[in-house]
Design a protein around this ligand. Structure first.
Ligand SMILES: [Zn+2]
Length: 263
């Protein structure tokens, strides 16, 4: 492919970076795009932000990018390490990928969209990657999203445990009923999980005393945990065994010391 300007526009690559060449292999279903910087370019230091540091050397890297039609696409570039007067030699970042990732930001965005609605293994099959590679991406964005999470308006919570794997290795999930989002997940299925949730809720601007309704199954551990850690909540008990129609019968009852509400 001789004319690289279309690829340059499509990728949004800006100076000093430019698309140097692209190699398309129809048999291998693969497009390799080589990006390079203009010789003599200077880059800012990733450590202290000092501008116009000279390039010390480069590190050749490859990133999986969004497919080019049905063909897998990869970006290649030599990433500069700059010489900073204050911090010494530091590897710079590139605008199209996170440091340390083997995927571009756009590919990671696709992965995160997929895994929000399907198991990671299914998403991995769809994009043709091993799921362990996707699992290295997911925690970064989950942690980032949880750091931004605002739980100040949460008043109704559903709690349920699920087996993390076959056997009896459980995790407990806490969901915001009104906004259909998972607020917190932790190992175990005992009363301590509710205490951990209350601590995490507080850390995200929420108030355990503002939780006025909790849906749980008939687990004595959860009932005790709610009574201890979410003391203002009325409890709705759900039958943990789904019926054939997949609906769950629920009965409202009261946490210890609370009045029961009718179904
Ligand atoms: Zn520096």
């Amino acid at each position: 492919m001789r004319d690289t300007s279309l690829l340059q526009l499509a990728l949004g690559v800006t100076p000093p970076w430019q698309v140097a060449r692209a190699d398309f292999d129809a048999e291998a279903h693969r497009l390799d795009i080589h990006i390079d910087f203009t010789p003599g370019s200077r880059f800012s230091c990733p450590g202290c932000g000092a501008a116009a540091c000279p390039v010390h050397d480069t590190d050749a890297m490859t990133w999986r990018h969004l497919n080019f039609f049905q063909h897998q696409a990869y970006l290649h570039a030599r990433v500069p390490r700059v010489r900073c007067d204050a911090r010494g030699v530091r590897k710079t970042t590139v605008p199209w990928a996170r440091p340390g990732s083997g995927f571009t930001l756009l590919f990671e965005a696709l992965v995160m969209t997929l895994v929000s609605s399907m198991p990671v293994a299914a998403a991995a099959r769809l994009v043709g990657e091993h799921d362990t590679r996707l699992w290295r991406v997911i925690p970064h964005y989950v942690d980032e999203a949880r750091a931004r999470m605002d739980a100040s308006a949460v008043t109704r919570v559903a709690i349920d445990e699920t087996a993390a794997r076959r056997g009896h290795d459980y995790i407990t999930l806490f969901a915001d009923i009104d906004n259909a989002r998972v607020l917190f997940a932790t190992g175990g299925k005992d009363a301590a999980t509710v205490a951990a949730f209350a601590t995490d809720l507080t850390a995200h601007g929420g108030d355990p005393d503002a939780i006025d309704e909790v849906c749980i199954d008939m687990s004595p551990a959860f009932i005790k945990g709610v009574a201890d850690s979410l003391p203002e909540a009325e409890v709705t008990l759900t039958n943990s065994t789904p019926s054939k129609s997949s609906t769950r019968r629920s009965t409202r009852c009261a946490a210890p010391g609370k009045k029961a509400r009718p179904c």
